[in-house]
Design a protein around this ligand. Structure first.
Ligand SMILES: [Zn+2]
Ligand SMILES: [Zn+2]
Length: 77
């Protein structure tokens, strides 16, 4: 029985998500988000939408990126 690598739950309908070249196994999206969703470098929220990436850092929105000193990003949502 596959096992969620975040909470350890064993479940027969697990999700497999390949992220950054590594395949992860989870029992639900919530566990996947908790484990692999990037966090905003400014406010710390989990980024589960498109978000923004600049110079290796992730931001949840343009405001956070600009507050952190990153210029020229456009919201893509
Ligand atoms: Zn889980
Ligand atoms: Zn943010």
């Amino acid at each position: 029985m596959p096992q969620c690598e975040h909470c350890g739950n064993q479940y027969d309908k697990t999700l497999e998500i390949t992220y950054d070249g590594t395949t992860h196994t989870f029992d639900c999206f919530e566990c996947a988000i908790a484990q692999i969703a990037p966090e905003c470098a400014k406010c710390g929220v989990k980024i589960i939408g498109h978000g923004m990436e600049a110079s290796g850092q992730f931001f949840c929105c343009r405001n956070c990126a600009e507050t952190a000193g990153v210029r020229g990003l456009q919201d893509r949502v």
